[in-house]
Design a protein around this ligand. Structure first.
Ligand code: PMP
Length: 346
């Protein structure tokens, strides 16, 4: 791996980050807070939240098995995705390489940050070929984007190929594990000590059933986390979100209950869809959604919308022509979907 100093943007390396009032008094005991121009009334929301969310990180450390100093928290993992560009990629000069198809925000954030985005197509089984991916890199490639289980394909990328990328690419490798709670594969966040160039993304938006609170995580070496903290907004995760996330983490039983129900539903829903005459192919998945290929995806999509059922039309995504992406819902929602699909006349 190149040194972090070689990888980070020079202006970020030189940056003196904003020092907020809550950073300066850190670690000292006080009872009278006259340092941040807050209104003294309406506690606790009158106070700025902890800029580094230390208590929540301790709780997440327990839940995720990742030490707090290896953790960045943001306004959804989308914030972490954008920060990776702002920390490492020089606009108009550097590039990133990503698998395709994959989650759309890696490309959108590249475009926002004026960074060249190079896509390398997965194979027809939606698998990664490390050699092809690595051959798309050059001396200006700062980041490789991987997503496993991948969105929209649903499958985990083959571990040996991912490990080859981690070993052989000298820059940053991001593995987005937004859906790893639905998979039986060992998550890559467990391998952080082995790979100093690895950033793993997680989110409360999927298995933890908290998309509305906007809490995303990046796990990486303390040096990488330090760079992300340097660039983030001072109070990027609000107090209500920090508190709500804590509440959720205390309901671990709920998480297991939801996971069991969703995975059980997935086991029944997928073969039931596959049996329908409209289904040309149902793809295997490790996530809480799956792809189904049909003869006319646009027509089926609109048919379902007319019945009040919204799925994701992936017909115009490379390698996903003819595909709808279906999220596994509650038993009742899945029944409604199946009933509507059974009435569809191709
Ligand atoms: N990564 C992947 C792979 C996703 O599919 C999504 C959302 N669909 C995100 C990240 C964004 O997650 P968040 O809600 O944490 O911003």
């Amino acid at each position: 791996m190149k040194s972090l100093t070689e990888l980070v943007r020079p202006n970020i390396q030189r940056l003196t980050p904003y020092s907020c009032a809550r950073d300066e008094f850190r670690g000292r005991k006080a009872s009278v807070f006259l340092d941040a121009n807050e209104n003294p009334y309406n506690a606790p929301l009158n106070r700025y939240p902890d800029p580094l969310q230390e208590q929540l990180k301790q709780e997440l450390a327990q839940a995720k098995g990742v030490p707090a100093e290896y953790m960045f928290l943001g306004n959804g993992s989308d914030e972490a995705i954008d920060l990776v560009y702002r920390v490492f990629c020089e606009p108009g000069k550097d590039n990133v390489v990503a698998i395709a198809p994959t989650y759309g925000m890696y490309e959108v954030c590249a475009n926002i940050n004026d960074v060249e985005y190079r896509s390398v197509m997965l194979d027809k089984n939606f698998q990664l070929d490390a050699s092809r991916l690595l051959s798309a890199t050059d001396e200006h490639t700062k980041v490789i984007w991987l997503c496993s289980p991948n969105n929209p394909t649903g499958n985990c990328l083959q571990r040996s190929e991912v490990e080859r990328v981690l070993r052989e690419f000298p820059g940053i490798v991001v593995i987005d594990e937004a859906y790893s709670d639905f998979s039986h594969e060992r998550p890559f966040r467990a391998d952080l000590p082995l790979y100093p160039n690895l950033i793993v993304l997680n989110t409360m938006s999927k298995a933890w059933a908290s998309a509305a609170i906007r809490l995303g995580m990046a796990f990486a070496s303390p040096d990488i986390i330090g760079l992300m903290n340097k660039v983030k907004y001072p109070y990027n995760v609000n107090l209500l979100t920090q508190q709500k996330a804590s509440d959720m983490l205390r309901q671990k039983g709920k998480l297991h209950e939801w996971l069991t129900t969703i995975l059980n539903e997935r086991t029944h829903l997928m073969p039931a869809v596959a049996e329908l005459p409209l289904a040309l192919q149902v793809y295997p998945t490790d996530a809480n959604f799956f792809l189904v290929r049909v003869a006319d995806a646009d027509r089926l999509y609109h048919y379902l919308v007319e019945r009040g059922i919204v799925v994701r039309n992936r017909n115009r995504v490379a390698l996903c022509q003819g595909c709808l992406r279906i999220t596994v819902g509650t038993p009742q929602e899945n029944c409604e979907l199946l009933a509507a699909l059974r009435q569809y006349k191709a």
